[in-house]
Each structure stands twice: as C-alpha cells, then as structure tokens.
Ligand binder design. Structure first.
Ligand code: MAN
Length: 348
C-alpha cells in the first residue's frame, strides 16, 4: 500500500542553513506541502538550537518583540531535567529543547527540494509564539492558501492561522484555537455551505487526545465542536491521535490519514473515512496501521520510532505524502487511494 521514496531521507538538517549565526539546525521535520506555480513546495519545520557549549544546556526563545534570547543551564544542576529529548525542564518551567520556524523549499519533481534565493521563512511572532511555530498544514480554499500550525509559548500550545494568495504577502489571523490544541487540518471545500476543520484538543484528566471536528461560516469563527474519534486501548493508537493534512474527497467519503501513538510514543499512520455529507459520521477506521516506523531513518534519530505527516499532494489515485521520520529528517512515500479504501472496506 505504501511505497517509500528510494531517495529517502529527502531532507536532512545538514542540507539547511541556520537562520542566524550561533544557531545550529538540529532537525528538519513535519513539512506542510502544496503546489504553486507548477512546482511542489514544502513548508519545512526547521528546529534549531544554540550552538552547543561544553557542560551547558542552552535553549532559545523569542521574546514577544521577536528578538532571539538564549537561556543557559549548568548540566550539573540537579534541578535540570533532560529526560525527554524534546523538552528541557528547569525548576518547574518547561522549555522546548529546540526552537522551530517554517522554511519554504521547492522542487520540480517532488523529490529533490531546494531553497529559493533569497530564502523565505515564517517565524514565531508575538506573545503566543515565543517558543516557535511547528507542523504546518496547508489547505487551498477558494484560491487562497490557509496555513494552520502549532503556536507554542509559555501560555500553552494552540493553533495559529496565516493565509496567503501569492506566498509573498501574508495575513496573520491570530490564534484560531486556544491551548491546548494542535493538529488542525482544514477541509478544502465547503460541506453544507460551511467550512470545516479537524483539530485535536487535549484534556488529559478527563478525556484524552482525541480528534474533533468544527465548522465555520467564514474560516475565522469556529464552533459546533464534536469529538469524532478517540484513542483505543491496547491498540496502535492508544495514547494520542491527530489528523494529518486536509481530508481527501473520494467517492466513498472523506479520507483522512492520521497519526496514532502508543503511550510509549511510537507514532504510526492510519486512515479514517468520514461521510461525505455529514463529516461527523465516521464510516471506517484502520484497525492496523497503514504505515509504521520500519526503516532505520524512522526508528532511530532525534526521537526514534516516529513517522508523522502533515503534508501531501494528490493526483488522481495517488497521494504523495511527505513525513517527518524520527523527528529528525524528511521523507516521502506514495500511497494509492484505492488501496487505502480497500484496506478500510475489509475492516482495516
Ligand atoms: C508531537 C508533536 C510532533 C512530533 C511528535 C513526535 O505530536 O510535537 O511535532 O513529531 O510529537 O515527537
């Protein structure tokens, strides 16, 4: 069902120049994908950290004016907790070990990507993005591209929205869904005269990390939230689930590729089918993953055993999916829509 690119990984940290002197690119991951002016584009999450200093752990954040600030901790300090590669915790305050921005890369063949000159990026701005922006989905709606991404700050993790027609001028819509929320994928067309999105609030004490659906008259005001899919005990998606990129319209329903993780943070991909006229109705869902970490670049890296997608382009029956592997490199794979529908029709 899945054919990984033979060229994988197609992007690695060493292929990207840091955003400023003193910063090092640690990971390139979780790209949004879209087509524009006859080319395939990726909006790559570039995760950086300050160039390492012996005996110290350093983290970088933006202040709310957008200036880069570097914080330094002594590795021998017993109050420093580095048990998760993705975070640095010091005396009850959590920081991200890397600071992410989004970088545009383009390609003529969808496999070999390069940065246009001069390079173009979107970075965190304002008090709700001081720890960076991550994992951007790109949806083309009525001729305008809508970017929904994870906006991180000490206020929490929410969903930010930016839109553009030409990739030169951008409109910042502000925070679309407040903390804790992420994994927001917009439908690319209206259903029942409304805009729709999938999103993933977290409610760990009562509830969990489930996929929800919301609708809007104008893409700025969201309501009618419904929980459509929960994690499933003892299965590959028992810990958390979240939508990939925009649902794909098929004759059988809206096809969603989503990630599911166990409580041990093993991230696989599965599929779901939603009713065409009533997307709150889940028609089918993968019992087994359609893709699991298997190649070395997926099982080993910055955070191993992870495949995570938030970008694809679709032509006829073929989905070209871009994904982050082990939270460190970017890979691609081709998937046949019919093959996924057959997998779902046979009980997943
Ligand atoms: C979360 C997010 C993703 C990341 C996975 C795996 O879902 O932070 O960006 O890829 O965890 O670490």
């Amino acid at each position: 069902m899945i054919q990984r690119f033979l060229e994988n990984p197609i992007l690695k940290p060493s292929m990207i120049t840091p955003s400023s002197a003193g910063m090092a690119v640690e990971c390139t991951l979780n790209p949004g994908a879209f087509e524009f002016n006859g080319q395939t584009w990726l909006l790559v999450r570039v995760a950086e950290r300050p160039v390492p200093v012996e005996g110290k752990t350093t983290v970088s954040i933006f202040d709310d004016k957008g200036a880069l600030k570097i914080l330094s901790f002594d590795n021998a300090d017993p109050d420093l907790n580095l048990s998760d590669a993705r975070a640095v915790s010091y005396r009850g305050t959590a920081y991200l070990s890397t600071l992410s921005h989004l970088r545009l890369l383009c390609s003529d063949d969808g496999v070999h990507f390069h940065e246009p000159k001069p390079s173009r990026s979107l970075t965190g701005m304002g008090s709700l993005e001081t720890y960076g922006i991550e994992d951007c989905r790109v949806a083309l709606i009525e001729g305008r591209y809508y970017l929904t991404f994870t906006a991180v700050s000490e206020n929490g993790v929410g969903v930010g929205m930016i839109s553009t027609r030409d990739w030169q001028t951008f409109k910042r819509h502000g925070m679309m869904l407040p903390p804790h929320n992420k994994d927001c994928a917009l439908f690319e067309e209206k259903v029942n005269d409304k805009f729709w999105c999938l999103h993933r609030p977290s409610s760990p004490e009562l509830g969990g990390n489930y996929i929800w659906l919301a609708s809007s008259p104008d893409l700025d005001h969201w309501g009618n939230h419904v929980c459509i899919a929960r994690t499933r005990p003892d299965m590959w998606d028992s810990g958390r689930i979240g939508a990939g990129c925009s649902p794909i319209k098929t004759e059988k329903g809206w096809l969603i590729i989503y990630h599911g993780a166990t409580n041990k943070n093993r991230y696989c991909l599965g599929a779901m089918l939603l009713d065409l006229d009533d997307p709150t109705r889940v028609i089918a869902r993968s019992k087994s993953p359609i893709m699991e970490p298997a190649e070395t670049y997926e099982t080993k890296g910055f955070f191993g055993e992870v495949i995570f997608t938030n970008g694809h382009v679709v032509h006829g029956d073929e989905i070209t999916m871009y994904y982050g592997a082990a939270d460190e490199v970017i890979c691609g794979a081709k998937i046949s829509i019919q093959a996924v529908l057959t997998h779902l029709a046979s009980g997943g």
